[in-house]
Design a protein around this ligand. Structure first.
Ligand SMILES: [Zn+2]
Length: 556
């Protein structure tokens, strides 16, 4: 039997950050809660009382499983490159750091060609056994359900196959400690008795599904044709959406207002899709993208010989949109002569191609959009007031993304989904910290900026991995504000400021010599590593012989 020693846990402790000013505790990129064990114990008791022991056990096991799976992500990140056993014991070490029990490995064998697993651990002071005994007295069955869920979830995610742990002995039965054993699920002869605790309950699950179906039905009744490209839950989004639905049935000219990148073209398309014109063309023109001398021929068409180079007759966008919808983006950029012609089309419902005497009837619903203040443009003489009043019949403002924070999560999910298939890459999700960063960004570029940021995230995140804050905002891991970490002695300690410039300033102000600074740094690293020179060398980014040499230099 091999004895397994835990590596120094400074790497794991450094993942735990207290940011009391922000009301956050982070473990890596996961948001954590410092929860009273007594309160969780109360919840556990309530679950047992209201749902019965079997259901309560299932819920707690699954909750532990979810938590173990999250910690397995950290194992890859913290010790992905070290030897597999050191990487694996991140789980037991985190379980201890999180205050669940003292975990001692008894036997651990895994890997090899068959990706086999056998793990045996001792749990002392298991919180759940203590809670169970406190509420129910000593019982005749193992009771550390959430903790077993954790061990199974962690190991399954780590191994990439379902590893099921069970308690061979539990302190809740009066034993001095708990002892757990984990094997691949198919190696347990009584697996069928254990696996139900890991599965979503069919009855409860079915009820939830039914509720979701009902809600989906209710939504589809409220909005007869839900447009998948438009996503939002916020009240600002709903207001704009409802206004659009009301306009869709009519032929009213709609003026879409909002900052750049809010998705005006998506709204225009959705409006078209919901309108009776949906089977006719939707034509989009960006007025700012066309040179002034081309804009009239683009919009209204041109007759052969109208000007040099006009060798063939060509229909303009209005004619091509006949029966459908014409979307004029950045309408505020139209030159004044084109504005006069546009006004005429809106008044008469007919167009004249350049160089043509004939007028042609067109039936087009116009949707215009602008991110400039058209009223100001009218005052400045850049925009015709009569055209402004024609366009401003049904103004619809799409709020900026920073005013619809509750839309960020559903948008993020949909956008990640889209870029996954575009880039042929699988992403399992986004961390709490990355989502927190998305919700706190001000988004001057709105949804378009969110799309750009998430596309970068999908590209930078590891295959089958999660998107972390670093993948979205370069340099964002450099925290602002002072955070608190846990020292080797278990005490919360505020960090020195992280920016290198600040460290240098702080050192210079002490008046220490370079020699003295180096000596202090080496000593502190050795202390933090508990005297383990290899670990201290790793912390300093050097080899052990290099560290030895430098230590000798100071003592010799
Ligand atoms: Zn136990």
């Amino acid at each position: 039997m091999t004895t397994i020693h835990y590596p120094e846990s400074a790497d794991l402790r450094s993942l735990l950050r207290f940011a009391p000013e922000d009301g956050h505790i982070w473990l890596g990129e996961h948001r954590m809660l410092l929860l009273h064990a007594g309160a969780l114990s109360e919840l556990r008791k309530e679950l047992i009382a209201s749902l019965g022991q079997q259901q309560a056990r299932r819920i707690l096991t699954r909750m532990g499983f979810a938590s173990g799976m999250r910690d397995a992500e950290l194992a890859r990140k913290a010790r992905g490159t070290s030897n597999p056993a050191e990487a694996f014991v991140v789980g037991p070490q985190l379980h201890m750091l999180e205050g669940c029990a003292k975990v001692t490995p008894v036997r651990l064998e895994f890997g090899g060609p068959g990706n086999t697993f056998y793990g045996e651990f001792k749990w002392e002071h298991a919180w759940e056994a203590e809670a169970h005994v406190q509420q129910f007295g000593e019982v005749d069955h193992p009771s550390c359900w959430m903790m077993i869920g954790y061990a199974s979830g962690y190991t399954s995610a780590f191994m990439g196959r379902f590893i099921l742990f069970r308690e061979e002995q539990c302190a809740a039965t009066g034993a001095s400690h708990c002892r757990i054993v984990g094997r691949p699920v198919e190696d347990w002869p009584d697996a069928h008795e254990l696996t139900p605790y890991f599965e979503a309950d069919t009855l409860v699950g079915r009820l939830l599904e039914l509720r979701e179906e009902m809600e989906a039905m209710r939504r589809s009744i409220a909005c007869p044709k839900r447009i998948p490209s438009l996503i939002g839950n916020s009240s600002g989004f709903h207001t704009a959406y409802e206004l659009m639905v009301k306009a869709a049935g009519t032929s009213v000219t709609v003026l879409l207002l909002g900052e750049t990148g809010v998705g005006k073209e998506r709204f225009a398309r959705a409006l078209h899709e919901m309108s009776p014109r949906r089977d006719a063309p939707f034509i989009a023109v960006n007025c700012a993208a066309l040179p002034d001398e081309l804009i009239e021929s683009e919009l209204f068409g041109v007759e052969r010989g109208a000007f040099t180079g006009a060798n063939v007759s060509r229909a303009g966008k209005f004619e091509r949109a006949d029966g459908g919808t014409l979307f004029l983006d950045e309408v505020g950029e139209l030159p004044l002569p084109a504005q006069a012609k546009l006004l005429r089309v809106l008044q008469e419902g007919e167009i004249e191609r350049l160089g043509d005497e004939r007028t042609r009837k067109v039936n087009v619903r116009l949707v215009a959009a602008t991110n400039v203040d058209l009223q100001q443009a009218v005052r400045d003489g850049r925009f015709r007031s009569d055209l402004y009043y024609r366009l401003n019949v049904y103004p619809l403002t799409i709020p900026p993304l920073r005013e619809r924070v509750s839309d960020i999560a559903p948008l993020t999910e949909a956008i990640i989904e889209r870029f996954q298939s575009l880039h042929g890459k699988r992403i399992t999700g986004i961390t709490d910290k990355a989502m927190h960063a998305l919700k706190n960004h001000t988004w001057p570029g709105n949804v378009r900026e969110l799309e750009n940021v998430l596309e970068r995230g999908v590209i930078l995140a590891p295959m089958n991995g999660v998107i972390e804050v670093e993948h979205l905002f370069i340099g964002a891991a450099q925290e602002h504000g002072l955070q608190t970490g846990v020292s080797a002695a278990g005490v919360l300690e505020a960090d020195a400021p992280v920016q290198q410039g600040n460290i240098a300033d702080a050192v210079l102000e002490t008046g220490m010599t370079l020699e003295a600074v180096e000596q202090a740094l080496l000593q502190r690293a050795v202390e933090r590593a508990g005297g383990n020179l290899s670990a201290a060398a790793r912390m300093l980014g050097m080899t052990r012989p290099q560290l030895n040499y430098r230590l000798k230099k100071h003592t010799g």
